[in-house]
Design a protein around this ligand. Structure first.
Ligand code: GUN
Ligand code: ZN
Length: 447
């Protein structure tokens, strides 16, 4: 039988981004998904007869979307702390370094407990999936076994994920929330080995030094080596607030900048994603560009902790790969729709400060939340838009659910509906979510 036969066929409106178009709207289109979950074809409805012969499907098996509904690519959260979800929406009254010591480290310490971890990790995976996050790049905690549990739970609910066991061998604030250098290195190796052994199709490990101030030079060096010899993804934090930048300058006097610290230890690669980057210099942005490393823009967190405002226009001008992140729980919202809105607010605040500033449009943030995120995580060969050959990671948006948070009028175009959804919509409008062709929302009744 035909290996590439279409297993699922949808007909209706598809909205996605391409390199040239931040929002491309494909009306009355047919899209086929093969049994591997990959997009096998994308064609105009007037070609449907021909397509059905080539891809061996019955016209009666086509799923016709309703008027006003559309598919968009699943959103990519390029930076989220799964354990911090337990206190999301609270504790936002201190700047970063004090916030970490007072709230974050004491909570993360509790994830030695598998029961506690199972509860939070199940909730955060379900919550983000319901909100259209088909791919999440997670920080877990320093605990290997519950970090593996996060991978297991993402796999159980069908979310695509990069999962990092956090590494930190420096922490004066909270006893028992750090590792010895040796332990951090050994446990990272065990984490990678164990996670890869489980062969979850959509869940991969990512090397995760918390950030330079919580790592010794020896640990940074070892993590760079491990990433290099196994060709792994890397994530950390950079230049989030000014006090942190000054601290790094003091702690690493031999390095010319914060970015140079990560570069020095082989942690700035084309598979690296660094959260924040609010206070990077042009020279540092050039180092990002040269290395192919990406930035995760986490606007809710940057505002909530008063860290800074990332100038997205400037990052884009430097041609640095860029995605959006929720940074739960420095950011209080687990929804990527919120990340888009806060990113728009930040861009407009920059214009209020400087009327000559060229703001970034909602269409560009739509791209950053989907295709941009996939590029930031070096997954754009697999996900990010509806290109034939990529996995079908998608969310079905309905503007006309009974309790919709916005209204549609006769004169509204698909573009208007998209803009209303991005500004006003929520998980009520996200009626179905697909990862690699599998429908993962609504959840199975047993879940
Ligand atoms: N820098 C180091 N650790 C963290 C964290 O958990 N959250 C944020 N926002 N910044 C960090
Ligand atoms: Zn973070």
């Amino acid at each position: 039988s035909n290996e590439s036969r279409a297993e699922k066929v949808f007909r209706g409106t598809f909205v996605h981004s391409t390199q040239n178009e931040a929002v491309q709207i494909l009306e009355d289109t047919v899209l086929g998904v093969d049994k591997e979950g990959k997009i096998s074809f994308l064609g105009r409805a007037d070609e449907v007869k021909q397509l059905s012969q080539t891809w061996e499907f019955q016209l009666s098996d086509i799923r016709q979307l309703k008027q006003g509904e559309f598919f968009m690519p699943g959103m990519v959260d390029t930076h989220i702390h799964a354990p911090q979800y337990s206190y999301a929406g609270t504790a936002l009254d201190l700047p970063l370094l004090q916030w970490l010591n007072k709230y974050t480290f004491p909570v993360e310490k509790q994830y030695r407990n598998a029961k506690f971890a199972e509860d939070t990790y199940t909730k955060v995976v379900k919550r983000t999936l319901k909100n259209g996050t088909t791919t999440a790049c997670y920080f877990a905690t320093i605990h290997t076994d519950t970090s593996l549990l996060l991978g297991e739970i993402a796999d159980r609910f069908g979310q695509r994920a990069l999962v990092g066991k956090v590494c930190m061998d420096r922490n004066e604030a909270v006893i028992d929330y750090k590792e010895s250098t040796k332990e951090s290195v050994e446990e990272t190796k065990r984490f990678i080995y164990e996670l890869l052994k489980r062969k979850y199709p959509q869940v991969k490990p990512i090397i995760t030094p918390r950030f330079a101030p919580s790592c010794s030079e020896e640990l940074l060096h070892s993590l760079g080596q491990i990433a290099k010899s196994n060709d792994l993804h890397i994530q950390s934090h950079i230049s989030e607030n000014r006090e942190e930048v000054a601290l790094v300058k003091n702690m690493f006097p031999a390095c010319s900048s914060y970015t140079d610290v990560y570069r020095e230890y082989n942690l700035l690669t084309s598979k690296t994603v660094m959260a924040h980057g609010c206070h990077l210099t042009d020279k540092e942005l050039e180092m990002f560009k040269t290395s192919g490393a990406a930035i995760s823009h986490c606007p809710n967190s940057n505002i909530s902790l008063c860290s800074g405002m990332l100038d997205v226009r400037r990052v884009l001008k430097h041609n640095v790969k860029l995605g959006l992140g929720t940074d739960v729980a420095g950011g209080y919202s687990p929804s990527m729709l919120d990340a888009i809105r806060r990113a728009l607010d930040t861009s407009k605040a920059l214009k209020i400060q400087n009327p000559g500033y060229e703001t970034v449009s909602y269409k560009e943030f739509f791209r950053l939340s989907t295709l941009g995120g996939s590029q930031a995580l070096s997954l754009d060969d697999t996900i990010g838009n509806f290109e034939v050959g990529k996995d079908f990671d998608a969310v079905l948006i309905s503007p006309s659910v009974p309790d919709s948070p916005f209204d549609v009028f006769e004169s509204d175009t698909t573009e208007n509906i998209l803009e209303k959804f991005l500004n006003l919509g929520d998980d009520r409008n996200i009626v179905e979510v697909y990862v690699a062709g599998n429908r993962v929302v609504p959840f199975e009744k047993s879940a």
